[in-house]
Design a protein around this ligand. Structure first.
Ligand code: ZN
Length: 434
């Protein structure tokens, strides 16, 4: 089976490639790059990518797929469908399923469900501690052998520094990055939005920026001491960003990701008490947004990850204090990245590909991904930077609809997603394209 992607603009930061090239895919792998005036095999299926960017497949380091246990919110199949429609060829689900993914059997189950769906690669993140309870280390080696690519207790961050130190030593033995949701709950617990002027005005309990910064600083110190690789999830505060910048300058093995909602929105979005603005970490104030933009520009932030967190409409229909944290994000992320970063001149297209593909592959050591080098696995995202479109929740492939971005207009979209050489998503022109 051959697929020839013609007339596209090929961007592959791993090969310093940024110009027009045709791409030949054979048996699920990149077979060759062919000059656009050179002859190409005639027995290949042709995908005309005129006016489009052809990039190594986008990899989302942080999603919640809810299976096993909460299939009314999302299944691995529906989450993978949303991923493909959003331009993501691979997603890395967090372990907070029911039961928690703290063992090889669940890790394996998640991968098998994804293979059955055949829409995106799933690289699970295993738990750091059993049941993410913070008291006993999980079997990291067995989870890694089953296909886990990192460990995290995500929303239930390890509260105890001694336990986190042992976890880092253990994870390092297995060359597993420790994904770190930085939140000292003794400072943030009970909070529902960013602590500041606005939380006072709205009468909602705040989560101080300090809660993130303190945990980030603690874990950077532990990473320095243990030599483990920590990857700070959904970084959202100026203080944590400054800590990461200092740590990188010191040569400490730390990377970090940002979500599209944190580089787009601030806490003023909470004013209407729409529970689709409630997430953890919360939307911060202007000074934090500015720090995030600066860190995207200067390379302190390594990756864009969605933190796709589906919830059923009934659950989000509660009052603000009681509604669960999190929003969906797989199908709006690339639109937001184009509209808020590329078209505002914050990043160029090469850096966008680094943030969404090359760097995520490196951070989770995903071999033969995040590159279009000949011989690598043919995971490819095809982008139209100029496509004007409107996101409609009713079109979503996710089982959930909890996003603040319904009806938002975007310029720029993923128009096709190829996984292992197979076209798993191709955007049709929609009524609501502008
Ligand atoms: Zn988290």
């Amino acid at each position: 089976m051959k697929l020839l992607i013609t007339n596209g603009h090929l961007i592959d930061p791993t090969e310093n490639q940024n110009s027009g090239k045709n791409l030949l895919i054979e048996d699920g792998r990149v077979a060759a790059w062919i000059g656009q005036n050179e002859s190409a095999p005639e027995d290949a299926e042709v995908f005309d990518a005129s006016g489009m960017i052809v990039a190594p497949g986008f990899i989302d380091l942080h999603v919640h797929l809810r299976e096993p246990g909460q299939e009314h919110k999302e299944t691995i199949a529906s989450g993978c469908a949303a991923a493909a429609a959003g331009g993501w060829t691979s997603v890395c689900p967090m372990p907070n399923t029911q039961p928690i993914n703290d063992n090889a059997a669940i890790t394996r189950y998640m991968i098998e469900q994804a293979e059955r769906a055949g829409l995106a690669n799933v690289f699970p993140v295993g738990a750091i501690t059993k049941e993410s309870s913070g008291s006993e280390l999980a079997e990291m080696g067995e989870m890694k052998a089953a296909g886990a690519v990192a460990v995290s207790d995500d929303g239930r961050p390890v509260p105890n520094a001694g336990m986190m130190r042992r976890a880092m030593q253990y994870a390092k033995d297995f060359d597993l990055p420790v994904v770190d949701h930085c939140e000292d709950k003794s400072l943030s617990s009970g909070g529902v939005m960013h602590e500041g002027k606005l939380s006072l005005l709205l009468g909602l309990k705040g989560m101080p920026a300090l809660a993130e910064e303190i945990d980030a600083v603690r874990d950077i110190i532990l990473a320095k001491e243990t030599g483990a690789h920590i990857h700070i999830a959904h970084i959202s505060t100026k203080g944590a960003i400054e800590a990461v910048r200092r740590a990188k300058n010191e040569g400490i093995n730390v990377t970090c990701e940002v979500t599209p909602h944190h580089f787009t929105l601030i806490d003023s979005a909470v004013e209407g008490y729409d529970t689709n603005t409630k997430m953890s970490p919360p939307l911060r104030s202007e000074e934090h947004l500015e720090a995030i933009i600066e860190a995207i520009k200067d390379g302190t932030i390594d990756a864009i990850a969605t933190d796709h967190a589906p919830h059923h409409a009934d659950e989000k229909a509660l009052e603000y204090d009681s509604a669960p944290f999190g929003i969906t994000g797989l199908e709006t992320a690339i639109g937001l990245a184009f509209s808020e970063l590329v078209h505002k001149g914050i990043v160029d297209l090469v850096r966008l590909v680094e943030l969404c593909s090359t760097n995520p592959a490196k951070i989770f050591r995903l071999k033969e991904r995040g590159t279009l080098k000949a011989g690598s696995i043919a995971d490819i995202t095809i982008l139209d930077p100029q496509l004007e479109w409107t996101y409609k929740n009713s079109d979503s492939k996710s089982k959930s609809r909890n996003t603040p971005f319904d009806n938002r207009n975007f310029t720029g979209a993923a128009v096709a997603t190829i996984v292992g050489g197979k076209i798993v998503y191709r955007r049709e022109l929609k009524e609501n394209d502008l």
